[in-house]
Design a protein around this ligand. Structure first.
Ligand code: GLA
Length: 729
């Protein structure tokens, strides 16, 4: 008999206790608040958790493991669905080895800080092997990945239909917060009770999706930004995938994995399929759960290694209307404002005068750019800025030289091409020749022009995406090919930064974000819609990776008009930039924009390292608050936005995350429309952000716990507040 084992991993304020009873795959006994136990306590606990046999359930009661098995009496969704031409469909696994950070786990109890577990299990009869990788990071983020291998000697391939991890949590978590959306309005919240059955958010778009939930939060009733127990989940994959919550008889588990198309994964002898990393984070309130994701992304991303450069992207300034003189002019004006990165968007390549043609022909258009892009890039560098370029490498217009030369490089499951989206099709990057062509082309552009930043777009969902020769499904292999392409480019150009854009926020996931440096959260820059989009996207993504642009007064997406102060204040707590025709600016606007750029440059060390906090209020009529507080709580910067006209003239706002024992000096940027004749509370008469002068000094406990009264009589305005702790007396 294989002895039972208990493994207890802890880090930060999180504990994960896994039980391996007899030969079975591991089951979660506890995942949540950190607990301290002796080895003996743990053994007693594991023994006490043995399920009783009661009438009408199996004589061998089963606790669902990380990959629940139908063959052991699990009637929910199996963790692994496979078959070999109809056989081997009910595997039953025996654990063969458990290793912690490379060392075999042989003792009944193992307790350690952090760590990576590797579990190998086999079903000899079905000739299937599974591997589970389980990591608890230093900041308490849990991530898991499952792989399956065809261990058979049969010529018959093993078809994998589904591989879905189960992260069990207590049933007291009875509310779900997940997100949906559309182009220009990504990640809108929906909150609802957990009911029996499965709540599932599949994405079959071949990219993460504009309507993707991105994260799923499950918690105790009424959980908020800083209250209630919350478990937050994420599937880190940019292809088809699923976030789901499955409630059964006394069980509750997040289910996450890739969604496979029919016949997509057929493993030959010895071949392996690895599912995506599935992430989970526990915390008191969602800000605590989210902070673990931020710490993880910061530990792997290049963005965290240097100051985020203020960016100007020319898309909403000129759209497809490019010429060297206009771009030189824009570059000069950008540099004068303090911009540090200049990004040339769509429209620069051969035949691209609108969105109907050109994708695939990645060389400068000879009409718009007779001398190529090098002179512009050199001018941009001379002006002290970096040069960035828009590309959409996975895509191809039927009207392009590339499509004419290589019609066999376009993904299709049938003889005819799939329906075009935005007049474009998808290039089959799983074909070595197509992959090499795109890799060499991008590599050449980066070298020849001196590109330090790519805005990498992806503007269509994948429909009937099959390998052209066979029609076999290609989404899985295409997703991995894109990852390989990016990895190879980054290996060749270690300083290259990449933005993940997909019609705005259509590709936001940790598959892409662990190899890129920021996202474009939405094509909508409307400052009244942005706080919600940013708050939800920012659960996963730290502020410095959220591209935040100040656009024109009239939003190109919503048609709504807003003032410059509001637009700047809302864009401020992110990776700040501009996407607007700055030739239109009058002197006053130019001065105001330059002031915000300088402020961002002063405060970005805080914004790009701090902890994100927000209010937990779902009341659309209340002001929204989002802030970033230094890890040592020595300062914080907050944006408060009043969205609509409300029946109240005042609302209390709290500034979460401060040190209750310290006193903070308050400065603020207040729109001048909050001035006379309106009454403004005294604290809002503070000196301008970072200016000298007599500022209110308030205690952290009052600011965080009680809050201050904030005027809401003026709708659609924003205030930015900076709080800096006084030196101890
Ligand atoms: C997408 C992006 C935009 C812009 C256009 C260019 O819609 O989201 O920011 O780059 O493509 O065609």
């Amino acid at each position: 008999m294989h002895p039972a084992r208990v493994v207890h991993l802890s880090s930060d304020d999180v504990s994960l206790i896994l039980a391996f009873s007899a030969w079975e795959l591991p089951a979660i006994l506890h995942w949540g608040a950190r607990i301290t136990m002796t080895d003996d306590d743990l053994l007693q606990f594991a023994a006490a958790e043995q399920r009783p046999g009661i009438d009408n359930i199996s004589d061998l009661p089963y606790r669902p493991s990380l990959l629940p098995e139908h063959g052991r009496g699990w009637f929910g969704r199996p963790g692994l669905s496979v078959h070999r031409d109809g056989a081997a469909w009910a595997p039953s696994f025996r654990v063969e080895s458990i290793a912690l950070d490379g060392t075999a786990v042989t003792q009944p109890v193992t307790q350690t800080e952090c760590g990576s577990l590797l579990v190998r299990a086999r079903d000899k009869q079905s000739a299937v092997e599974v591997k589970l990788e389980i990591d608890l990071t230093p900041r308490g983020l849990l991530r898991m990945r499952a792989s399956v291998r065809n261990d058979g000697h049969h010529a018959q391939p093993l078809e994998v239909q589904d591989l879905s991890l189960a992260l069990s949590i207590p049933t007291r978590a009875s509310e779900i917060l997940d997100f949906t959306g559309r182009w220009g309005h990504e990640r809108q919240p929906q909150r609802h009770p957990v009911v029996r059955g499965t709540h599932t958010r599949p994405s079959r778009r071949g990219r993460t999706g504009l309507d993707a939930t991105t994260t799923m939060l499950v918690g105790t009733p009424g959980f908020s930004a800083d209250t209630g127990e919350v478990w937050m989940f994420h599937v880190g994959f940019s292809g088809n995938h699923e976030h789901a919550l499955e409630r059964g008889d006394g069980t509750l588990a997040f289910r996450g994995g890739e969604l496979l198309l029919p016949g997509e994964i057929r493993l030959g002898v010895g071949e392996e399929y690895a599912g995506p990393w599935v992430y989970g984070s526990h915390g008191e309130g969602w800000d605590a759960a989210s902070a673990r994701f931020h710490a993880f992304l910061r530990s792997v991303s290049r963005s965290s290694r240097r100051d985020r450069p203020v960016t100007l992207n020319v898309w909403e300034a000129i759209y497809f209307d490019q010429d060297a003189a206009t771009l030189d002019d824009l570059a000069e004006r950008a540099a004068a404002l303090g911009v540090e990165r200049f990004v040339l968007d769509d429209g620069w390549f051969r035949g691209r005068s609108d969105d109907r043609a050109g994708l695939g022909d990645w060389s400068p258009d000879p009409v718009a750019w007779p001398d190529g892009l090098r002179p512009l890039a050199d001018r941009v560098r001379e002006l002290g800025m970096e040069f960035g370029l828009w590309v959409e490498p996975e895509m191809i217009n039927e009207d392009s030289d590339l499509a004419r030369a290589h019609p066999e490089w376009i993904l299709r499951a049938r003889s005819e091409l799939p329906a075009a989206y935005r007049f474009q099709q998808v290039l089959d990057l799983t074909q070595p020749a197509a992959f090499a062509h795109i890799l060499d082309t991008l590599d050449g552009l980066i070298r020849d022009i001196g590109v330090s930043y790519l805005k990498w777009d992806h503007n269509r969902d994948l429909v009937s995406a099959g390998h052209p020769a066979s029609g076999a499904p290609a989404v899985h292999a295409q997703t991995l090919a894109v990852y390989r392409l990016i990895d190879e480019l980054r290996a060749r150009h270690p300083d290259l930064e990449i933005e993940s854009c997909a019609s705005g926020g259509g590709r936001v996931d940790l598959g892409i974000l662990t190899r890129t440096d920021r996202i474009h959260p939405s094509d909508s820059h409307d400052p009244l819609d942005r706080p919600g989009i940013i708050r939800a996207t920012g659960l996963l993504v730290p502020p410095e990776m959220l591209g935040s642009h100040v656009a024109s007064a009239v939003s190109s997406v919503t048609g709504r008009t807003s003032d410059l102060h509001l637009r700047c204040a809302v864009a401020f707590l992110g990776h700040f930039g501009i996407e607007w025709d700055i030739r239109e600016l009058d002197d006053e606007e130019r001065a105001e924009l330059a002031t915000w750029i300088a402020r961002f440059q002063r405060l970005r060390p805080l914004i790009q390292t701090g902890r994100t906090v927000g209010d937990g209020d779902d009341d659309a009529a209340a002001p929204t608050l989002r802030g970033v507080v230094a890890q040592d709580r020595s300062e914080g910067v907050f944006t408060i936005v009043t969205p609509t006209t409300t029946p109240d003239t005042l609302a209390r706002v709290r500034f979460p995350g401060l040190d209750p024992a310290r006193r903070y000096r308050l400065t603020a940027s207040v729109p001048n429309t909050l001035g006379p004749p309106w009454q403004v509370p005294d604290w809002l008469r503070a000196p301008d952000l970072d200016a000298e002068g007599t500022a209110p000094i308030l205690s952290g406990s009052v600011l965080s716990t009680v809050g201050l009264e904030f005027p809401t009589f003026h709708p659609e305005r924003a205030v930015v507040v900076h709080l800096r702790a006084e030196a101890a007396a």
